[in-house]
Design a protein around this ligand. Structure first.
Ligand code: CP
Length: 336
């Protein structure tokens, strides 16, 4: 099992949920999928499967976190991630303290570490954090004893997004028994350099056996990703017939993304109905949201029958239920 960097003395638990592959989840934090091996990712996905509305065996799970407390500490806007963590925690019986950047004392000059240690002193079992700075979640994890779950840190990682992408696509491709994506081709298209979603999806899908192609111009897709197991493609139309799933990314204008004029970007990198017609039958379209309709994806494609966008959102609630439960149980077991 891969080791956590900067591991505190009680990071390893004595027990955790067993995956169908037999591996136990023993980490109290979830900071990056790049830290995990395939067995750990499968352990979380098998646990997540139990929370899917029409798949799950949730008996005994509803009060899994009865009396626990979870703080959501978001310094960037969020609809899907914050909402689904909150719903997941409440469904498991936990109390939720919801804090966001504009409403915390960070705006008065308090450091991120002091804020996190203050929130921990409330007695919370887990801090779910989103921040603009890459490494923010790991920094907090190094200074608190409770669980820390990364809800997106800069352009680094968004691990629960990578897990929900894998869960939603496994459900669509009928791979829920094994989460084995061997022989599958997944194309991630667009603003990869700025995308924490792409980094987490790349880590998840490559560890689960898929081949991942990253597609875009040099300004948006660096050759550095080859060292993480991806192949790089500059021609969108060339990869379409080979892909089992095409994941479109939002162009992050707020992070200064640009690869020519908007019209040029739309002509070269937008997923249109004509491009979808070139995909093989049974292939799916994914988008993590929020999407810019008519920029990176045609609205007819976003709402079309191949689109998994809302199934990804639904999978997010299941994944966040599993991650909260697994990390908090591991933290408690390590203290016993
Ligand atoms: N995909 C995602 O992280 O969406 P939110 O920013 O709405 O949480």
């Amino acid at each position: 099992m891969a080791s956590e960097s900067s591991k505190p003395p009680h990071a390893e638990a004595k027990s955790g949920p067993q995956s169908e592959g037999g591996a136990a989840w023993r980490r109290r934090h979830l900071l990056a999928l790049g830290d995990l091996d395939a067995a750990e990712i499968r352990a979380l996905l098998h646990e997540s499967k139990r929370f899917l509305p029409d798949q799950g065996d949730r008996s005994g799970q509803e009060d899994d976190l009865l009396g626990a407390a979870v703080a959501t500490l978001f310094f960037e806007d969020s609809t899907r991630t914050r909402g689904s963590f909150t719903l997941a925690a409440r469904r498991l019986g936990a109390h939720v303290v919801d804090l966001s950047g504009g409403s915390t004392s960070v705006s008065k000059g308090e450091t991120l570490i002091d804020t996190a240690r203050t929130v921990e002193a409330f007695g919370v079992d887990a801090i779910v954090v989103r921040a603009a700075q890459s490494g923010a979640a790991r920094l907090i994890a190094d200074h608190v004893a409770c669980s820390v779950i990364n809800a997106g840190d800069g352009a680094h990682e968004h691990p629960t997004q990578g897990l929900l992408d894998a869960l939603a696509l496994a459900e669509a491709l009928e791979l829920l028994d094994t989460f084995d994506f061997s022989g599958r081709n997944i194309a991630i298209v667009g603003d990869v350099n700025n995308s924490r979603v792409a980094r987490s999806a790349l880590a998840a899908f490559t560890r689960l056996g898929a081949h991942v192609g990253l597609v875009g111009p040099p300004a948006m897709v660096s050759r550095d990703f080859e060292s993480l197991g991806a192949t790089i493609h500059r021609d969108f139309d060339d990869i379409l017939p080979k892909a089992d799933a095409v994941m479109m990314l939002r162009i992050q204008f707020e992070r200064g993304s640009s690869a020519g004029s908007l019209d040029q970007q739309k002509a070269l990198w937008r997923l249109t109905s004509q491009r979808v017609d070139r995909m093989k039958s049974g292939a799916f379209v994914m988008h993590p949201g929020p999407m810019n309709r008519d920029i990176e994806i045609d609205p007819r494609v976003a709402d079309g029958e191949r689109s998994l966008a809302l199934r990804q959102v639904r999978a997010g609630v299941a994944v966040r239920s599993a991650v909260l439960g697994s990390c908090i149980r591991a933290a408690r077991a390590s203290r016993d």
